[in-house]
Design a protein around this ligand. Structure first.
Ligand code: ADP
Length: 287
């Protein structure tokens, strides 16, 4: 009968090998090496790295940004809120007074449903059904937030910037995803990948692609002011670039494929000098 001894000795040797290192950097290196040598599965590597990096992350690194929050004004009716819940697929909807910077409550789908059913004739107001928001500074560590979520039995918080304005929304799912990777629930809309390889060294990016991730592709761009390529190009240009605008940076050409007044939505990135092949590809895409 298998008593698991062999399995244990492998796990113990892995652990002592991994944790026999004293700095985080060497621990990370050991984990990456262990994976390269086949001692760890890819999911084990990414979870271990996630745990090691967990302490360094703040709410602002993982929250849903303010512009993407599905929220409602407090004057709205509960019936309309029910439509917003169905359309957005989110079970908790922040309520704001006057502007998004002033979130005054959170509506939970369960409360909305039971109010609608209990008061079929005259439904109560949004403000009588919403719950108190839990506010956190955007700079709070997600490690501390996880403990607070557990202690308060709340699983959603509104992040505030230093001026008290709304900066984003964060749920326990966002925090746990830093360790276990993307958790897709049955209501999550499919997300467009931020970086998609089209062919060798040609990528299609969303404006939200992170500079850190581009660095892993050999693009030497970094900034203290912004995190995303869309933000970076807007900063360089001094305006939100329009469709068709091109930028050459560090040997790469960025072509804006789609943009609106406020944001670059999609762009293409390729080594400078390859633009001709791109326009052929573009025509092929349009055909
Ligand atoms: P839900 O199932 O209600 O969407 P989760 O906690 O599973 O809530 O969160 C899933 C993702 O959706 C997270 O990234 C979270 O930040 C985001 N999210 C949750 N509620 C909202 C909302 N009202 N508007 C925008 N994003 C939201």
């Amino acid at each position: 009968m298998d008593d698991g001894t062999e399995e244990h000795s492998t796990i113990w040797s892995r652990l002592s090998r991994l944790f026999g290192h004293d700095t985080q950097e060497s621990l990370e290196k050991a984990i990456v090496e262990a994976r390269a040598e086949g001692e760890l599965e890819p999911y084990e590597e990414s979870m271990l790295l996630g745990i090691l990096r967990f302490d360094e992350l703040q709410v602002q690194d993982t929250m849903t940004p303010r512009t993407d929050i599905d929220c409602v004004p407090e004057e709205i009716s509960l019936k309309e809120v029910a439509h917003v819940i169905v359309r957005s697929g989110h079970s908790r909807i922040p309520v704001f007074k006057d502007t998004r910077d002033n979130i005054v409550g959170i509506l939970h789908a369960k409360d909305v449903l039971s109010s609608l059913l209990d008061h079929e004739g005259k439904t109560p107001s949004v403000s009588s059904v919403m719950r108190e928001p839990f506010f956190v500074p955007e700079t709070k560590s997600i490690h501390t937030l996880l403990q607070e979520f557990r202690a308060s039995k709340q699983h959603i918080a509104i992040a505030l910037d230093e001026y008290g304005g709304t900066s984003g929304l964060i749920t326990i799912e966002d925090v746990l995803e830093e360790i276990v990777g993307d958790i897709e629930d049955e209501h999550d809309a499919p997300r467009v990948e931020d970086i998609r390889q089209i062919k060798d060294k040609v990528y299609e990016l969303t404006g939200r692609a992170q500079l850190d991730d581009l660095q892993n592709l050999g693009v030497d761009i970094s900034s203290d002011e912004v995190d995303t390529i869309g933000g970076y190009l807007s900063m360089e240009a001094g305006h939100v670039p329009e469709q068709g605008e091109q930028f050459t940076l560090q040997g790469w050409t960025f072509t804006v494929l789609e943009a609106d007044r406020k944001l670059i939505q999609r762009l293409r990135m390729e080594p400078t000098g390859n633009e001709m092949s791109l326009s052929v590809q573009d025509r092929a895409d349009q055909a």
